[in-house]
Design a protein around this ligand. Structure first.
Ligand code: RTP
Ligand code: MG
Length: 137
């Protein structure tokens, strides 16, 4: 089943020079294609839309602070079961719980600075693609 997903390489990934490494892991996967890619510093308003489900939670403010602390790389990735697939490459939210071999397991230390965001469902993917790449059909 061909799908698309919205991926963000978070400010920690950009600061630490890990974007190439992470993009390589995505590119190596047969049958997946990067169809949009942009380096951008996010406004609070964009983050409020993107992380709307978390507004009011204790980690929300520090999350927005972190996510706007430097540029991110936003990508659209398309291909076979790519939504589930990029989530699997990323590993669980908490890097300490993430297995070696996953992006968060290999490079993450603390839960907020976990390197990568990937849409968690087809509905989220469509919503998030519209936020970051409004020109896309
Ligand atoms: P994401 O949305 O970024 O792909 O990550 P996720 O689905 O794995 O995690 P989610 O529950 O949606 O949380 C969004 C992001 O908020 C930060 N977070 N901090 N307890 C905490 O301090 C905490 N919990 C979550 C992480 O950056 C997480 O990816
Ligand atoms: Mg999430």
């Amino acid at each position: 089943m061909s799908q698309r997903t919205l991926v963000l390489l978070k400010p920690d990934a950009v600061r630490r020079g890990l974007t190439g490494e992470i993009i390589s892991r995505i590119e190596r996967k047969a049958g997946w294609q990067i169809t949009a890619l942009e380096l951008r510093t996010l406004e609070r308003a964009t983050l409020e839309q993107h992380y709307g489900e978390h507004v009011g939670k204790p980690f929300y403010e520090p999350l927005v602070e972190f996510m706007s602390s430097g540029p991110v790389v936003a990508l659209i990735v398309e291909g076979e079961r790519v939504i589930e697939g990029v989530r699997a490459l990323a590993g669980p939210t908490d890097p300490i719980a993430a297995a070696p071999g996953s992006i968060r397991g290999d490079y993450g230390v603390i839960v907020r600075e976990n390197l990568i965001h990937a849409s968690d469902s087809e509905e989220s993917a469509e919503r998030e693609v519209k936020i970051f790449f409004p020109g896309r059909v």
